[in-house]
Design a protein around this ligand. Structure first.
Ligand code: PLP
Length: 451
């Protein structure tokens, strides 16, 4: 008689019965099969699209798997690419990654463990959490490009232009006013403005929508974005009521997007690293503010809400901005590499050329006419080539976003911008592979729908 003990098999010190080994093999085979099926069906691919299309989407969608989004699109064969969802909903500036990659170690910064220990950067500065190196790099770049006056302006740094916008609202709205201050912007306006303004149901301010419809005789703040997100138009304030304050969001007033016609010299100007250099992940923006009291109140808001702004980000950003200036001003650097804005300009020109060609393939879509002007920075005359295209679905399509979604192209519909659903905003600053696939699909749709 074979003893029970002799019929047992030992694997790495563990004892398994023969029946157990059989079931283990079957179970592994079943699980492997299921895993392969899930991968094949695409359920295991990490997509960067939350329930509303995008994490960190300006309309407030959440993100569950941001960290798992690959820095570059996965290679796939033709069949797979056709099935792929192209996400052009958000303005993620990944287009710029290839430029910074080819700059290699020139922008590398080493930050030691002992650095960034204190909350404070410069206690003598009105903005005590502003790194002097970052302030210098901002001033140097504005002076080089000629897009903003920096003399007699206070620099306030923020965690993205998004925090600065909130700081501006806090600074401009009196806490003892009988009614919340009205906040307006001409439609189509940047879709985050109403979301940020209404987020905390503040008693200080209230979103009142399209500035063109605002006719109240009371204090208000008008937000002017120029070039505008979403439609790329060059803008001035539309409402000239008494007691109005204008905030200029100049996120896109850089020479890769639009001719620099003059040095902007407004009371409050907002800029961001996200759309100038493409470093959205550093979460840095800066405001140029003329009035000391307003600048101090903005600083107070940032002190209360986040006790300052990441020093590490400011140090990295200073390096990036200085390298850009070097590619124009330093003979050695400029010989070695293409200057940053030249790269951005060429890339935007190429992408807009591809888009216009695709639109001309049929009658299904149209684009707005954009102004042409002379750029004082590059000395070239060119038409604005914005970071987003404001696409209109012509003919019988009433909902452009849904129409494009059927073709697996994610965009942001006009309603988010206080406009008609016949429009959709398409990002032009994403990864090249995604953009090329979008152009291929978009041309095909246009051609087929127009037959
Ligand atoms: C007009 C405008 N302002 C501000 C922002 C936000 O910038 P940040 O990433 O610095 O918060 C954006 C981003 O899309 C924008 O389009």
């Amino acid at each position: 008689m074979v003893s029970k003990v002799a019929s047992q098999k030992k694997i790495k010190g563990q004892v398994f019965l023969p029946g157990t080994v059989h079931w283990l093999v079957v179970s592994v085979a079943i699980n492997l099969g299921l895993l392969l099926k899930l991968i094949h069906d695409g359920h295991l691919r990490m997509e960067w699209s939350g329930p509303n299309g995008m994490p960190g989407k300006e309309n407030g969608a959440t993100l569950s798997s941001l960290s798992s989004y690959p820095a570059e699109p996965k290679q796939a064969n033709d069949g797979q690419i056709q099935q792929k969802l192209i996400n052009l909903d958000h303005g993620d500036p990944t287009m710029y990654q290839s430029y910074w990659k080819q700059m290699g170690d020139r922008t590398t910064v080493v930050i030691s463990g002992w650095q960034s220990v204190s909350y404070f950067s410069d206690t003598k500065n009105l903005c005590w959490f502003l790194e002097p190196g970052f302030a210098n790099a901002v001033t140097r770049l504005h002076n080089l490009v000629g897009n903003a006056e920096t003399e007699n302006q206070h620099i306030v740094v923020g965690t993205g232009s998004t925090q600065l916008f909130q700081a501006v609202l806090y600074a401009l709205c009196p806490s003892d006013a009988p009614e919340p201050m009205s906040i307006v912007s001409a439609a189509p306006f940047y879709s985050s403005y109403p979301l940020i303004t209404e987020c905390l149901k503040s008693g200080l301010y209230k979103w009142r929508g399209d500035a063109n419809d605002f006719d109240k005789d009371e204090p208000y703040i008008e937000l002017v974005t120029s070039p505008n997100n979403p439609d790329g138009s060059i803008r001035e304030a539309v409402f000239n009521g008494s007691g109005g304050i204008v905030v200029h969001d100049l996120a896109y007033y850089w020479p890769q997007y639009t001719p620099i016609s003059s040095r902007a010299d407004y009371d409050i100007m907002l800029f961001t690293l996200s759309k100038s250099t493409g470093h959205a992940g550093m979460r840095l923006g800066w405001a140029l503010v003329k009035d000391e009291t307003i600048a101090k109140k903005m600083v107070k808001f940032i002190e209360i809400s986040s006790i300052g702004v990441s020093k590490d980000s400011q140090v990295r950003a200073a390096k990036i901005l200085d390298v850009i200036s070097d590619t124009y001003e330093d003979a050695e650097t400029s010989n070695e590499s293409k200057p940053f804005f030249d790269y951005g300009y060429e890339e935007m020109k190429k992408r807009w050329g591809q888009l216009r060609e695709a639109v001309n393939k049929g009658q299904s879509f149209s684009l707005p006419n954009l102004p042409v002007g002379k750029c004082n920075f590059s000395n070239q005359t060119f038409g604005t080539q914005p970071a987003f295209a404001w696409v209109k679905c012509e003919q019988a399509v009433d909902d452009c976003e849904s129409f494009l979604k059927k073709h697996k192209i994610l965009t942001r519909g006009g309603a988010h911008f206080g406009s008609s659903k016949k429009y959709a905003r398409v990002s032009l600053i994403g990864h090249e592979d995604d953009y090329n696939e979008f152009i291929r699909r978009f041309s095909q749709i246009n051609y087929v729908e127009s037959l």
